[in-house]
Design a binder for this molecule. Structure first.
Ligand SMILES: [Zn+2]
Length: 220
């Protein structure tokens, strides 16, 4: 029997359940819905919940990192699965969301591949977004920082944690907009957030996602 981690009551008529990538079970319920009804609903959905929990990051991070075969993780917000293979190149199957990683030095090679792709993707998004925002920056680099998703130096060098590519595209875009807005405002003033909001009107939602999924920083 599953326990909800969070029950959100609102002016709605039905009960629904959703599972975050980290395995948090959130139930949405009508204002005057008693717990008994909520638990009955969860019992009814037991199979569905179990199936989805198996796919979450929470379940994945428990897999021993020494053996990456079958390890699942998010790439641009979509769950991908690792298959260990012979050979020495990392392969990618975008259709089936699989990453093929050489058996030898698997972890090292996967991290290298993630960093290369992070650098490519984040450079592209930054260039595109900068022209949209009509700002300029000095460079883009990718770090292994675990404490922050991105930063912008005094002389406008933009840095991102490579782990940012675990996040959905819209969240990536928010971080890019945020760092580029720092080329105009070196602080988090009201003016800064106004600038962010122009290019990412749903920035509050994106920030919330990063906060709730902070554990992604712990993967590799
Ligand atoms: Zn900032």
């Amino acid at each position: 029997m599953f326990q909800p981690d969070e029950i959100i009551r609102s002016n709605r008529k039905t009960i629904s359940v959703c599972i975050t990538p980290l395995g948090k079970i959130t139930v949405r319920a009508p204002l005057r819905c008693n717990e008994e009804r909520i638990f009955a609903f969860l019992r009814e959905k037991e199979g569905w919940i179990a199936k989805h929990l198996r796919k979450t990051i929470g379940a994945c991070t428990r897999i021993p990192t020494e053996n990456l075969d079958g390890f699942s993780f998010l790439l641009l917000g979509k769950m991908h699965t690792v298959s260990l293979v012979d050979g020495n190149k990392v392969g990618y199957d975008s259709e089936n969301l699989r990453v093929f990683v050489p058996r030898v030095k698997a972890r090292e090679r996967l991290v290298k591949w993630l960093k290369e792709n992070a650098k490519r993707i984040l450079s592209e998004v930054t260039a595109k977004t900068a022209s949209e925002m009509q700002v300029s920056y000095r460079s883009v680099s990718v770090t292994s920082a675990k404490s922050r998703w991105g930063s912008c130096t005094a002389d406008n060098a933009v840095r991102y944690s490579f782990r940012l590519i675990y996040a959905p595209k819209e969240v990536v875009r928010y971080v890019v907009v945020h760092e580029l807005a720092h080329t105009r405002y070196k602080n988090h003033s009201a003016l800064f957030w106004k600038e962010v909001e122009i290019y990412e009107p749903r920035y509050r939602e994106r920030r919330k996602w990063l906060k709730e999924n902070g554990i992604l920083m712990e993967i590799f």
